[in-house]
Design a protein around this ligand. Structure first.
Ligand code: RB5
Length: 142
């Protein structure tokens, strides 16, 4: 299961990515927002992050204007490693090196085509399980 959420700036992209994920066969839990009415991104980041940290969803997707506010909020939840992604290399590397469990993207930064591409890479890339990466993630958790 994938948990997804956005604020008003990311609403349209969130809806499109949700559709894409469902078409790919994922179960998707949508934490809102449900319109383009102005709202506060930390609320949606919190809901998605707890769903992932509690192990209900395997991964999370958060969309706001830049992806930055969502990542700041998500990374305050223990067990969350949220990454703002704006390029294909980072989408892959943050899975391989950081074992990121939430991808954050900016609907005012990248278009839907790129967001879909980066999301696909993120979801299809496994953590490398390298000893050095495991050690560093342990330090992050501490
Ligand atoms: C909303 O205007 C905007 O501040 C928000 O979507 C996000 O970009 C924050 O990081």
């Amino acid at each position: 299961m994938i948990a997804i959420g956005s604020d008003h700036a990311g609403f349209e992209m969130k809806e499109a990515l949700k559709k894409h994920l469902k078409e790919k066969g994922y179960e998707v839990k949508d934490f809102g927002t449900d319109s383009d009415q102005s709202c506060d991104y930390p609320e949606f980041a919190k809901a998605v992050s707890h769903c992932v940290a509690d192990g209900v969803a395997e991964k999370g997707v958060l969309i706001c204007g830049t992806g930055i506010g969502m990542s700041m909020a998500a990374n305050k939840v223990k067990g969350i490693r949220a990454a703002v992604v704006g390029d294909a290399f980072s989408a892959q590397a943050t899975r391989e090196h950081n074992d990121a469990n939430i991808i954050c993207m900016g609907a005012r930064v990248i278009d839907l085509e790129k967001a879909t591409e980066f999301l696909n890479i993120f979801l299809s890339t496994d953590f490398s399980f390298g000893e050095n990466h495991i050690r560093r993630i342990g330090k992050l958790e501490d």
